[in-house]
Design a protein around this ligand. Structure first.
Ligand SMILES: Cc1cc2nc3c(=O)[nH]c(=O)nc-3n(C[C@H](O)[C@H](O)[C@H](O)COP(=O)(O)OP(=O)(O)OC[C@H]3O[C@@H](n4cnc5c(N)ncnc54)[C@H](O)[C@@H]3O)c2cc1C
Length: 415
């Protein structure tokens, strides 16, 4: 009889176990925590953004995008969505982002665990897998609960993002122990640190902005949304979506800069458009102190940060400023440039960029090309997505493929 171990009871591990189980095999999930799916409960601020309608490859990052394309097919996407419907999840879809209608991540967790239970899949919690060896046709797992033997093993241990949830990067060692290579792992979907003297002054402000990311002075990406200004730098969804590129750029010693447009409502294409807007306001407000002219659209703390940066006193009026000073204000509003010096650590990251190379798995089954019967899923692999449900989307699809993959060793399987 086939005996399948799934190492890690997170998103991809639960999915893999469900798809691997038939009435002819034994499937056991080994989870180091005292419960499964600890990270899943934290996703989407406790609401679990489990999918996104727009599955464009652009939303994903990997060194091996051609392989990734073979994993994220339309058919597999449809199958995953049908699976969630079948296990009882009613989606609430907002701008293409999927959440359970209950608005609770626990609904997804419980639906998966009910499915696991009803299929007779075993779960051993508080069981840390410390090493794996393959001898002849068997895998020997050294665990905190003693040695165990299996015919196939699915490694679903996650990355090293948010290690307090159990994913501390030990899966990379398992992968390298079987000769696999790891694309350098960096924090992603993570706040960014800035080098500037004004951070304490803007800390606590939330602002709707447009951000433009520059890598060695080349424009690479634009994002719109709300950012949080903090005493170390910037945070927020659009900042997160830059963070993987920033982390890789900084690792290669590139100059990474972000221009913050604090007046995105103007849809300005050039600084002159912002200047015209200010000149128009100045018709009525031009003889009032400059902070009063700006306060109708800019947070008070930001007004002082901007004026301090360009050495203009708040008591000055627009009409007494030189043309150059007026232009400087417009420029700061349109493209306030900050130098990024680092990302926050893995503790603060939602995911990791990098991981085990996709070139070393069969994209149809997630099986290792080095070792028969060994599979890898989820964030452990060199795939990360933007905010918006992409990381869980990959966890579900890769888990499903690995689960189906083990069935090829079952001579009676129709899959
Ligand atoms: C705060 C936060 C919010 C997020 N929000 C979203 C969101 O809304 N949408 C989205 O798509 N993505 C989100 N993500 C990312 C998403 O949660 C992950 O991409 C996804 O959970 C990865 O699934 P996984 O199965 O690869 O790993 P994980 O879910 O991390 O599961 C790995 C499991 O393996 C266990 N484990 C590790 N090593 C061992 C071992 N040696 N032995 C036994 N067990 C082991 C761990 O304890 C863990 O339970 C979020 C992440 C965080 C941190």
């Amino acid at each position: 009889m086939q005996k399948v171990a799934v190492i890690g009871g997170g998103a991809s591990g639960l999915m893999a176990a469900i798809y691997a189980k038939t009435n002819r095999n034994e499937v056991v999930i080994l989870e180091r925590n005292n419960i499964c799916a600890k990270k899943l409960l934290m996703t989407g601020n406790g609401r679990c953004n489990y999918w996104n309608q727009n599955q464009s490859l652009e939303k994903y990052h990997s060194k091996s995008k051609l392989i990734l394309k073979q994993i994220l097919t339309q058919d597999y996407q449809t199958e995953v969505l049908q699976f969630f419907e079948k296990i009882g999840i009613v989606p609430k879809i907002r701008d293409g982002y999927y959440y359970p209608y209950s608005n609770q991540a626990t609904s997804i967790k419980e639906a998966l665990l009910s499915e696991v239970k009803s299929r007779g899949i075993g779960i051993i919690t508080n069981c840390m897998v410390e090493g794996i060896r393959k001898e002849k046709d068997q895998f020997q797992l050294t665990t905190s609960c003693g040695d165990m033997y299996f015919t196939q093993v699915i490694v679903a241990t996650g990355s090293c993002a948010c290690p307090k949830t159990g994913s501390d990067g030990n899966g990379y060692q398992i992968a390298t122990s079987f000769g696999h290579s790891i694309v350098p792992v960096l924090p992603s979907l993570v706040p960014l640190k800035i080098d500037a003297s004004f951070l304490k002054d803007w800390s606590g402000v939330r602002s709707d902005v447009e951000l433009t990311l520059y890598d060695n002075h080349q424009l690479v990406k634009k994002e719109r949304g709300e950012i949080q200004l903090t005493d170390y730098g910037i945070s927020g969804i659009c900042v997160f979506n830059f963070s993987g590129i920033v982390a890789r750029g900084l690792q290669n010693r590139h100059i990474m800069q972000i221009a913050i447009n604090f007046v995105p409502f103007l849809n300005a294409e050039r600084v002159e458009d912002v200047l015209s807007f200010l000149l128009q306001r100045a018709r009525y407000l031009g003889n009032r102190p400059i902070d009063q002219m700006l306060e109708g659209f800019l947070n008070y703390k930001l007004i002082y940060v901007i004026l301090k940066q360009i050495s203009i006193k708040k008591e000055n009026t627009w009409n007494t400023l030189t043309k150059e000073q007026q232009r400087k204000i417009a420029n700061c509003l349109f493209a306030f440039q900050v130098d990024i010096i680092d990302t926050k650590s893995f503790d603060h990251a939602q995911v990791c960029s990098g991981g085990m190379s996709l070139l070393e798995i069969d994209p149809l089954t997630m099986e290792s090309v080095n070792v028969d019967g060994l599979y890898f899923t989820g964030e452990l692999l060199d795939v990360d997505g933007d905010c918006g449900g992409y990381n869980l989307s990959f966890a579900w699809i890769s888990g499903m493929l690995a689960g189906k993959g083990v069935l090829k060793y079952d001579p009676n399987s129709t899959n």
